[in-house]
Ligand binder design. Structure first.
Ligand code: ADP
Ligand code: ZN
Length: 814
């Protein structure tokens, strides 16, 4: 039996990226396994931690004893530890941070002890000759009277702060039984603090004005609250508290909203007979399932080709083998249709894991998976880490979606980690998309790479044609947002469809009303004080808002620079499109779906439900409407400005544009009536636009992959972006220079295969009050990157207050 345990101390924030070894005392022999939550001494403190390995080899230094077992059943196994090590190494983070991915969120990681009386305890209590200390008798009596309770409740009942060693003592004598387990976050922990104004918005603005210099945080907070109440967690807490003391703001508690009602989406529940292409894809997948070892498939199917139906059958095949399945979809709340299809097919076997559930609800679902009651896990990115047993298949829907990249540490990519997890479990990985990520398609068509095999669904169900796409050249027309919203062709197209009573979707990947506000006299653009961006005017809120930090303020009557009165509103956002449709087509019912209208839980599903039921004829939205929705009555999709995002300083800009246009076009003509798509653009000759207009993935791929090869971008190289930020610009720059110099020196060493680009100012030069500089690393493989960043981390001494973010395989280069 192993005598030593390697323990990772769970201390968020503290950089304890190493583990510690303890010896196992006699009484714990045989009871501690990998994944157990334990208590260990560290210096003078006693901390909770997790066992990551057991061994018989005694290290050559004196050891302390592991103190106790906090939770009886292990929370993860050796396989998860291996995976966490790989995540930590590749994405350069602490093992602790990587392991936390496998644990239920936040408060649910706290252990508790449930105590109950054993029959021996009952006997002892009744036996008057049995010698018990008065305290012990009191404890047993309390348990006899009130039944099972937690150690804290028991202590409180006998008037003690803590029970100290008394409980283990009673346990050793066999008088009580202690069940050590995780605590389900209680209802009271689902309360959140919110803040609202106690004065009018006008008064708040005046108070903010008065604080602009003296207390800018308070001024920001007042302005933010003038736009509506907000959770304290999104505000500056100290400012909110100070304002509450001054009587301008009230802080109150509010329950986290519960699980949203499943949206009624008018779905047909029947199981379809598969088309030959679907059947072929399914057969290949089930064959792989039977072989019980890793196999990866990339299901490339045009929009409406029935990919989801293949997923459903593949999950069924895994369940028939007694195995379980994990199905990832981008930001689950964003695709209620997919969720509904899975819950209808598999009922109680489905566990939903996503961020709009409360901690308690999420914990319950996590437990159902761990106990093996739920065997189909459907969720966003983090559902990949669910404790599914006997994993048979991992499905990643819309695998090209950027939201599969986590944007905080550990910055893993869910598709990459899904592949590792499937490999480790001997499971099948099935990725699906109409517009596969270039890297994945490259792997699937490259004969030297056996990690993915290409499966194709080239046609829509029922041989429905893909929609006709017409490109509308905006060059030479009055500028968009300056008189033009819809070019003449677009307006006529819209009018026709609306007159025929058909449904229409309008796509613009920008929310708000006007995207910038400018003084026409001096040309000054109103900017966010915290970020290097212009403010977007939101008509509904009558405020200008920063889309990065949520700063909000009223529009001044007069320019703050030149005191001119000619304030102009420019640029188009979804709010303005809605306004224009209502003006130009007065009898039409319009719905808008963007981050503003979907702010409240459940409203996303409600808006989609209304549109699905035909309660509105026009749906206007950002990329939220581009995802896998299936609205049979939609015959027309209008893209207001295809160029948004096309010129971002990011090597994936063209790919992202192609994906969005293809996806949004794919919403048209999914049932019996053919679909049409009109695309307004200033770049009608851009290859990404042309390929999207012709639904020609192969052509786009050929062009783009050549470009990537030539410029040594992924998949032909691996990238890491290092961002250095500080409230003072010279300090941030200094840190980046220092890092770039060190890295260049390392890159020059023989045997290295590394390119250092920069330092350079980040495209978003200032964000939330911090100045930002970046250094980009290019290497041939992950190991090279991980190694060099590790070395940098050890030798770089950053000035105080500088924050360094390491992003391996970056998706957000801004
Ligand atoms: P995708 O996920 O590729 O966009 P879906 O799975 O949503 O496509 O399928 C599009 C539509 O076709 C859905 O309404 C679906 O119910 C239907 N469908 C899928 N497979 C079949 C089939 N074999 N026979 C008939 N209808 C099908
Ligand atoms: Zn800002």
């Amino acid at each position: 039996m192993p005598q030593y345990a390697e323990v990772m101390v769970d201390q968020p924030g503290a950089r304890l990226d190493r583990t510690f070894t303890y010896s196992l005392p006699e009484r714990l022999a045989g009871r501690v396994s990998v994944g157990a939550q334990v208590r260990v001494p560290l210096g003078k403190r006693r901390l909770a931690g997790y066992v990551v390995a057991l061994t018989d080899d005694k290290p050559p230094f004196p050891l302390r004893d592991l103190e106790g077992l906090l939770v009886e059943e292990p929370l993860f196994g050796p396989g998860e530890v291996e995976l966490a090590r790989r995540i930590a190494k590749t994405y350069v983070c602490d093992l602790a941070a990587a392991l936390r991915l496998f644990l239920p969120a936040g408060a649910a990681r706290k252990p508790e002890q449930m105590v109950r009386l054993t029959p021996a305890g009952q006997e002892a209590l009744e036996d008057s000759r049995r010698r018990l200390s008065p305290r012990a008798r009191e404890l047993l009596q309390a348990l006899a009277q009130s039944g099972e309770m937690t150690a804290e409740q028991l202590a409180a009942q006998v008037g003690l702060k803590s029970l100290g060693g008394r409980l283990p003592n009673l346990e050793v004598q066999g008088l009580v039984k202690i069940d050590r387990r995780l605590r389900r976050p209680a209802a009271s922990q689902q309360l959140r603090q919110w803040a609202r104004l106690t004065v009018s918005a006008e008064q708040a603005e005046a108070e903010a004005e008065a604080r602009a210099h003296r207390a800018p945080q308070q001024a920001n907070t007042l302005r933010r609250l003038a736009a509506g109440e907000a959770p304290v967690s999104v505000l500056t807490r100290s400012a909110a508290t100070a304002l509450a003391k001054q009587g301008l703001v009230e802080i109150y508690e509010r329950h986290l909203e519960r699980r949203p009602e499943p949206a009624d989406l008018n779905l047909a529940a029947e199981k379809h007979v598969l088309t030959p292409a679907q059947q072929a894809a399914l057969d290949r997948t089930t064959r792989a399932l039977e072989e019980q070892r890793y196999w990866g498939g990339l299901l490339h199917g045009v929009t409406g080709s029935g990919k989801t139906e293949v997923y459903l059958h593949a999950v069924e095949a895994a369940l028939r083998q007694g195995r379980s399945a994990i199905v990832l979809t981008p930001e689950i709340s964003l695709t209620p249709q997919v969720v509904e299809r899975f819950t209808r097919r598999f009922g109680e076997l489905v566990a939903l894991l996503h961020s709009s559930l409360s901690l308690g609800e999420r914990y319950d679902e996590w437990e159902r998976v761990r106990r093996g009651e739920a065997r189909v896990v459907v969720g966003a990115r983090s559902a990949l880490f669910a404790p599914a047993r006997d994993l048979g298949i991992i499905i990643v829907d819309e695998e090209h979606e950027p939201s599969y990249k986590q944007d905080s540490t550990p910055r893993y990519h869910a598709v990459t980690v899904a592949q590792w997890r499937a490999e480790a479990a001997g499971a099948v990985l099935l990725l699906g998309s109409a517009t596969p990520a270039l890297e994945r398609y490259h792997a699937a068509v490259n004969p030297e790479d056996s990690s993915l095999e290409l499966l194709e669904l080239p046609e829509r169900i029922g041989n429905r044609p893909l929609p006709q796409v017409r490109t509308i050249d905006l060059r030479g027309q009055p500028a968009l947002g300056e008189g033009t919203t819809f070019a003449e062709e677009m307006r006529v197209g819209l009018e026709e469809k609306l007159a025929r009573g058909e449904q229409v979707m309008l796509f613009l990947n920008r929310r708000g009303f006007s995207t910038f506000v400018i003084c026409r006299d001096c040309g000054d653009v109103l900017r966010c004080p915290n970020c290097a961006v212009s403010l977007t005017y939101h008509h509904g809120r009558k405020r200008m808002v920063c889309h990065h930090c949520d700063f909000a303020r009223a529009v001044p009557d007069q320019c703050e620079k030149c005191e001119g009165y000619d304030i102009g509103f420019h640029g188009l956002g979804t709010e303005r499109i809605a306004d224009q449709v209502e003006r130009q087509f007065p009898d039409t019912r319009v719905l808008r779906l963007d981050r503003d209208t979907a702010r409240h839980h459940g409203s996303y599903g409600r808006i989609l439900g209304q549109f699905a039921r035909g309660e509105a004829q026009v749906l206007i939205g950002t990329q939220m409407i581009a995802k896998g929705h299936d609205f049979p009555e939609v015959t027309f999709v209008g893209v207001i400005n295809a160029d948004v995002g096309l010129h971002r300083p990011d090597f994936r800009a063209a790919e992202r544009t192609f994906q969005l246009l293809t996806q949004v076009s794919g919403r048209a003509g999914r049932a019996n009536k053919p679909g049409e798509v009109y695309v307004q653009t200033y770049n009608p000759d851009h290859p990404a636009l042309q390929a999207a207009a012709e639904h020609d993935y192969a052509r786009f791929y050929a062009k783009e992959i050549a470009h990537r090869r030539e410029n040594q971008y992924p998949p032909f190289a691996r990238l890491a972006n290092l961002v250095f930020s500080h409230v003072k610009e010279p300090t941030a720059l200094q840190a980046a220079i220092q890092a770039a110099q060190l890295l260049s020196k390392m890159a020059a060493e023989p045997g290295r295969n590394l390119q250092v680009l920069g330092e350079a100012s980040c495209p978003l030069h200032k964000l939330r009050g911090r100045y930002r500089y970046q250094v980009l690393l290019k290497a041939e493989c992950d190991e090279e990157l991980g190694k060099i960043i590790g070395e940098l981390d050890r030798s770089l001494e950053l000035p105080a207050g500088v924050n360094m973010v390491v992003d391996v395989d970056p998706y957000d280069m801004m």
